[in-house]
Structures are given as structure tokens and as C-alpha cells.
Design a protein around this ligand. Structure first.
Ligand code: CDP
Length: 207
């Protein structure tokens, strides 16, 4: 069975948590596509190599670093993510992943619009700026990172603006995406909504 779930949305809206829970619930494989951009951004910044060359030669080791979730990696990611050739270099890997047998869920910014425009299910996950900043602050602080709520909020605002304004695959909801605003939802409630929506699609026989 090939079944693709595309989850997009702005930074720290809950995409990753929902994507992982959906993958668990249905036995799908999951790809956090932000990891690809974070790995390219960090390596290019550290080595001075051209980001396009880094993207073309990305290795499993690059993706296995334990510092990919830092704010520096996030900013580096969004800087290289504006480069069309970087996006092109990462495109086929993501499309192949989406078509893996048994079902796949991918989360990012352009999954429902560019990577998998024919995905079986598309979700666009949002939350208010304040709630997203608070959630990301708690996540990073729990990992012992030296951050403040203000710097986290600024990081999200800068990245969201850059991600939405870029020419190549800008962050935007696909026309046929279900909008899921998690501002007032617990994680469990948001996951339950996503799972119920996917179940309906499967029952509708779209598989
Ligand atoms: O976890 P968070 O939502 O903060 O970020 P992420 O999903 O790890 O993505 C980091 C950055 O990579 C984003 O700000 C985007 O600039 C870029 N990105 C992208 O352009 N396209 C994707 N499909 C995924 C991430």
C-alpha cells in the first residue's frame, strides 16, 4: 500500500509531534524534512562549502548529528532553504520516501504543495505566535539549551517570514489541506483530530 500524509505549517506548530503520533498510529514511516535542511545549513555554515554541493552529497552521518535541533541549526536551515538548487537536490529523496510501501508521513513546509501534491491526506498545522514560542522555548529549555522566550520568539518570527516570502516553494497551505489550529488544543486532542481525519480518508477508499 502506498499512502502519503503531508503535514506542513510554520515553526513549532506541532507538526513533528503530530507526524510522529500519526506514524505510530498507522504503522507508517516518518520523515521530518526539516532535518534535511538543518543538516545542510549547519554543514555549509561550518565548512564554508557551497550549500548546493552539501545538499547534493548529504550523508546519513550528516543527518545523525545531535545538534540539529539547536536554534543555530534552525536559522542555518531557513537560510539555505531559500536556494532553489538546494531544494531540488533534496526533492527526489523526499518523493521516494513518500512512496515507500506501507504508508509514509512527511512533515515540513512544502510537502502538500511541491513534494507530494497528490498526497492522500494534507494537514496544515498552525498555532498562535505566542503559543508556538512558548512550546519551542519549553522544548529547548528541557534539553538544557541556554535560551530565553524572547530569543526563541524572534527566531520563529524571522524564520516564518523568510519561509513564507521566499520564491522557491514558499510556506503556504495547500488548497486541499485540512487546517488544524492547535492553539487551544492539547497534543492528545490535536493528534486525535489528525488520526480521525486520516481514518476517514482511508475508509473512503482512497487507498
Ligand atoms: O521544527 P521547526 O518547525 O522549527 O523547523 P523544521 O521543520 O526543522 O525546519 C527548519 C527550517 O527548514 C524551516 O524554517 C525552513 O526554512 C526549512 N524547511 C523547508 O524549507 N522545507 C521543508 N520541507 C522543511 C523545512
Amino acid at each position: 500500500m502506498i499512502f502519503t500524509v503531508a503535514i506542513d505549517g510554520p515553526a513549532a506548530a506541532g507538526k513533528g509531534t503530530i507526524a510522529r503520533a500519526v506514524a505510530d498510529a498507522f504503522g507508517f514511516v516518518h520523515l521530518d524534512t526539516g532535518t534535511l535542511y538543518r543538516a545542510v545549513g549547519l554543514k555549509a555554515a561550518e565548512t564554508g562549502l557551497d550549500a548546493v554541493d552539501v545538499a547534493k552529497a548529504l550523508t546519513a552521518t550528516d543527518l545523525d548529528r545531535d545538534d540539529l535541533r539547536t536554534p543555530i541549526a534552525a536559522q542555518s536551515a531557513s537560510r539555505v532553504a531559500v536556494i532553489p538548487e538546494v531544494r531540488d537536490a533534496l526533492l527526489q529523496f523526499q518523493r521516494d520516501f513518500a512512496r515507500r510501501t506501507g504508508g509514509a508521513v512527511l512533515d515540513g513546509r512544502d510537502i502538500g504543495t511541491v513534494i507530494c501534491p497528490n498526497a492522500d491526506v494534507k494537514l496544515y498545522v498552525t498555532a498562535s505566535d505566542a503559543v508556538r514560542a512558548e512550546r519551542r522555548y519549553q522544548e529547548l529549555a528541557a534539553k538544557g539549551m541556554d535560551v530565553t522566550l524572547e530569543t526563541v520568539a524572534k527566531d520563529l518570527a524571522v524564520r516564518d517570514a523568510r519561509d513564507a516570502a521566499r520564491q522557491a516553494a514558499p510556506m503556504v497551505a495547500a488548497d486541499d489541506a485540512l487546517l488544524l489550529d492547535t492553539t487551544k488544543l492539547s497534543i492528545d486532542a490535536a493528534v486525535a483530530k489528525a488520526v480521525a481525519h486520516i481514518k476517514t480518508r482511508i475508509e473512503q477508499g482512497r487507498v
